[in-house]
Design a protein around this ligand. Structure first.
Ligand code: ADP
Length: 484
């Protein structure tokens, strides 16, 4: 077991209806440390029947939770926020042990996750309705916003805390209850959050965490008529399946899916800033985020200069175990992630790209990979057409603004895009032309709890964070009062 100040945060049971619970079958799944393959712990593999029981618990908890005043729910979320920050170090240790990211990034993620608890604690009190001038003198029209009901969340391994927080916080703020299924690679962070939810005073059944087979749990959550809403973050492929499954019960869905983020450096960019932006956008979490730059387009006039400076920075990155001091690049999550990275590099090199640095598994072994930069990449190579989800930066040359926009938009995805430019007119033209839900302009890092995060096209539906994130957990009800 990993060393924690508060050992109560290390939980290896599901959190169902306010109780720590093993699977009745006794079945478990193993959680391993991607830095060395060692065992971190085990969690239960719950059955379909246990999923249904959890949904029932969330349903039973709903009436009392939604009846509480917004201020009361806000206070619970504030306490949860505080507890997360008080235990930031332990939560980061759990996170790094199962996910691999450097401790500094894990601490940052815990603060980011906690920020959603704080933000939605505040928003809980601002769920306003409307009054609308009626078309008849004896009528009044009022619009109420009410909680959707029982919600389900399915979350990925790349942000084991934040992806749960930004679904659970608005759900609870709105007065919904929720069943969370974390990724099987990273369930322990989710269970640590469940422990803190209890200490914060979240009532039994309001926040539940179940672990086990994605197919079984996803199947039950989507089939259940009690579950009114599904919020999913993960691959487009799985999102498509879950959306189809949710069709049977006409659920509300929020989907945060894959991206293929363009990062465009124009001739008029501040190159120092562009290099720094590309570093954080590409190499954060070892390239394993859905908003990581996946295609770096560089204009002719600055291509050589940018690539020289960028490669010099990439070569300084320190690769190692997340717990070692000063490490900036952890391991990839698993062998198939490593295989995909190698496959993309091989495809690009065999079709004429040049290797500017890296290119191979790292000497540390396991799933460590050298931070890599490829030059002279074409937009149709796999590394640019598909989401690599690893520490590989493909540089693509372009000559005109119109070409850059056309190539950037030439993807079924539409999550994040970035560009570096100084010309005022260009900034507006390009911002408006990019078909993406989020655009970083002279910024490589755009996630914040106060802004709407989400994509268009096949990158998803709905937004998370900000006041818009609250809408996803609310239904509108129109009251027509007559006979006045
Ligand atoms: P990633 O590429 O980030 O692993 P996935 O979409 O495979 O993305 O996984 C994201 C989440 O979806 C995880 O919690 C995973 O267990 C879950 N998941 C995977 N397949 C299914 C499925 N068929 N039904 C429901 N959930 C699934």
């Amino acid at each position: 077991m990993i060393a924690l100040n508060d050992t109560g945060l290390f939980r290896q049971q599901a959190w169902i209806d306010g109780k720590w619970t093993d699977a009745r079958s006794g079945k478990t799944i193993a959680v391993t440390n991607p830095a060395d393959g060692s065992s971190v712990g085990t969690v239960p593999a719950v059955s379909a029947q246990e999923v249904r029981q959890t949904i029932d618990a969330a349903d039973r908890a709903l009436p009392a939770w939604r009846r509480r005043t917004a201020k009361e729910r806000s206070e619970v979320l504030h306490r949860w926020y505080r507890l997360m920050m008080d235990h930031q170090e332990d939560l980061a240790a759990v996170l790094t042990s199962e996910q691999g990211k450097p401790l500094a990034e894990a601490r940052g993620e815990i603060a980011f996750a906690a920020s959603f608890m704080q933000w939605f604690a505040e928003e809980a009190k601002r769920v306003y309705g409307d009054t609308i001038p009626a078309t008849s003198a004896d009528q009044r029209i009022i619009v109420l916003r009410q909680p959707v009901g029982v919600c389900a969340a399915i979350t990925p391994w790349n942000f084991p805390a934040a992806m749960i927080a930004r679904k659970a916080a608005p759900a609870l703020a709105a007065g919904c209850t929720i069943v969370v299924k974390p990724a099987s690679q990273t369930p322990l962070t989710a269970l640590a959050l469940a422990e803190l939810s209890q200490r914060a005073g979240v009532p039994a059944g309001v926040f539940n965490v179940i672990t086990g087979s994605a197919g079984i749990i996803g199947g039950e959550l989507t089939a259940s008529p009690i579950v009114r809403k599904l919020s999913f973050t993960g691959s487009t492929e799985v999102g498509r399946t879950l959306m189809a499954q949710s069709g049977a019960t006409i659920k509300k869905v929020s989907l945060e899916l894959g991206g293929n983020a363009p990062f465009i450096v124009f001739d008029d960019a501040d190159l120092d800033q562009a290099v720094q932006g590309a570093m954080v956008s590409k190499y954060r979490n070892t390239g394993q985020t859905c908003v990581c730059a996946n295609r770096i387009f560089v204009q002719d006039g600055v291509y050589d200069d940018f690539s020289r400076r960028f490669v010099a920075e990439v070569q300084k990155l320190k690769v190692g175990r997340g717990v070692d001091p000063g490490v900036q690049q952890g391991p990839l999550i698993d062998d198939s992630a490593l295989a995909k990275v190698s496959r993309h590099i091989d495809d690009a090199l065999s079709r004429g790209a040049t290797l500017l640095t890296g290119g191979k598994p790292h000497a540390l072994g396991g799933t460590f990979f050298q931070p890599t930069v490829l030059g002279d990449v074409d937009a149709d190579m796999d590394v640019a057409a598909d989401e690599t989800f690893g520490p590989v930066a493909p540089l693509i040359r372009f000559s005109s603004e119109a070409d850059a926009i056309r190539m950037a938009n030439d993807t079924p995805y539409g999550l994040a895009a970035y560009f570096y430019a100084r010309d005022f007119g260009r900034i507006f033209r390009v911002s408006e032309a990019l078909e993406f839900g989020m655009v970083g302009i002279n910024a490589g890092l755009i996630s914040t709890e106060v802004a709407p995060f989400g994509g268009i096209k096949q990158s998803g539906i709905g937004r998370e964070g900000s006041r818009y994130g609250m809408e996803e957990y609310l239904e509108m009800k129109y009251l027509c009062l007559a006979g006045i």
